[in-house]
Design a binder for this molecule. Sequence first.
Ligand code: FMN
Length: 202
Amino acid sequence: MTTQFHDTVLSDAALDQLFNEARTYNGWLDKPVSAPQIERIYDLMKMAPTSANMQPGRFVWVTSDEAKAKLKSCVMEGNADKVAAAPVTVLIAHDIDFHEQLPWLFPHTDAKSWFEGDEAGRTEGAFRNAALQGAYLMLAARSIGLDCGPMSGFDAAALEKAFFADSPRHKINFICSIGYGDPASIFERSPRPEFGRFNVVV
Ligand SMILES: Cc1cc2nc3c(=O)[nH]c(=O)nc-3n(C[C@H](O)[C@H](O)[C@H](O)COP(=O)(O)O)c2cc1C
């Protein structure tokens, strides 16, 4: 039996923490993120859905000064100080050959065979699902009291050379700093569209 929560709505405080008050941070308080917190984020994130449970995300958590310096040289100028100052920046990549893992990740059917010989389909599926995993990761981080600063301003080829030279089938998706956000580092909230603007119910 699995627990269901059909009668449960998260508290306003929880929704504020995850969505309404959560912001994208550019600067960080001088407060570390621990290894158990990093594992907790992953352990929450991995429970959220991916297609055929493919779990294509591959994650490099940049925490050391050496790795931060390497990362700094791969990002756009405006992001350089942000990744240098963040306690952690996670590189969210996806494995184009995720299908090799499907025999144990999706054991009730031969899902590996769906993707064999279809690199274009795997690339599309890996990108879509790892981007989802990156979004889940941000919500997981927020759910344990941390803040996020996602970024796509980097040189993908340089970043892959610096961090994925030994795994050339891993392609960078986006990167995300994580820590305790410095409220002095954010701009005013940008407008969000009202429901009617970008939604139709048919
Ligand atoms: C995938 C992604 C890539 C982003 N890339 C950058 C970036 O390279 N540099 C940057 O300063 N902000 C970047 N942002 C931050 C967005 O501008 C920010 O999340 C958005 O304006 C919402 O801000 P808010 O959460 O504070 O409302 C990125 C956000 C996402 C989700």
